[in-house]
Design a protein around this ligand. Structure first.
Ligand code: BTN
Length: 236
């Protein structure tokens, strides 16, 4: 079961590290949570900043079956987190491929998947109660929080519970059927679809997220490129 046991500390460098430090003794589904990270880790070597007490900061230890493609888990977690954001806010949330969660065209959550041996630690950061002034200003994708976008404050434990509940369901579907098991959820939340985008030196219009997790970029009449990873920039 995802969420048991739960290690919680008021402050740490990174919840990812809390799990990695005890990875040999912890079972599948163990989570680490905190109210503040002093060295929060983002994708591509970036930092993940939080205002103390404002966010959901959780890492989840999973040991997926060998026949599954573990890197797909970040998309699965993004889908689960988007669903959770939608449940608590009642607003439509999207996935910005590969693993950002968007609400009103702002990034409200990010996913970091780190692997060690057969284990994957999925880190999920959700901006919940930051005011607009507490959000990082210098991000490539504009940041938002549930509060800054809806004008309401949220119970962080309720947001965490929704994330874990959705992740449990989507992880079970993925274990059984791979990305096919969560494909409809991912495809219908594709934020980049039909937007003008760039990944590295490839520019075009966002197409579909394929069943193997790659993103299609339409580069011209009857031409497209498939990308496996990268940072996507988009025109608003
Ligand atoms: C990203 O969008 O770059 C990924 C951000 C992931 C942040 C979460 S917060 C909980 C966990 N601990 C970390 O140090 N990072 C992840």
């Amino acid at each position: 079961m995802i969420g048991e046991p739960r290690l919680h500390v008021p402050e740490c460098e990174s919840t990812q590290q809390l799990l990695f430090d005890r990875i040999d003794e912890l079972p599948d589904g163990a989570i680490a949570t905190t109210d503040h990270q002093t060295g929060g880790r983002g994708r591509l070597g970036r930092d993940w900043e939080d205002a103390p007490g404002s966010s959901v900061l959780v890492s989840v230890l999973l040991r997926p079956p060998a026949e599954r493609q573990a890197p797909e888990l970040s998309l699965v977690a993004a889908a689960a987190t988007a669903e959770a954001v939608e449940i608590v806010t009642t607003l439509s949330a999207q996935i910005k491929w590969p693993n950002d969660v968007m609400l009103n065209r702002r990034k409200v959550a990010g996913i970091l998947a780190e692997m060690r041996g057969d284990a994957v630690v999925i880190g999920i950061g959700v901006n919940v109660n930051q005011t607009a002034g507490q959000l990082p200003a210098e991000t490539r994708t504009p940041a938002g929080s549930l509060r800054s976008l809806t004008g309401r404050e949220y119970d962080r434990d309720a947001v965490l519970a929704a994330v874990l509940e959705r992740l449990e369901t989507r992880y079970a579907a993925w274990r059984a059927d791979g990305l096919d098991g969560v494909f409809d959820e991912i495809g219908s939340r594709n934020f980049l679809f039909a937007r003008t985008i760039r990944v590295g030196d490839v520019s075009g219009v966002g197409g579909s997220i394929l069943r193997d997790g790659r993103l299609e970029i339409v580069t011209g009449h009857e031409s497209h490129v498939l990308v496996e990873s990268g940072e996507v920039e988009f025109d608003r």
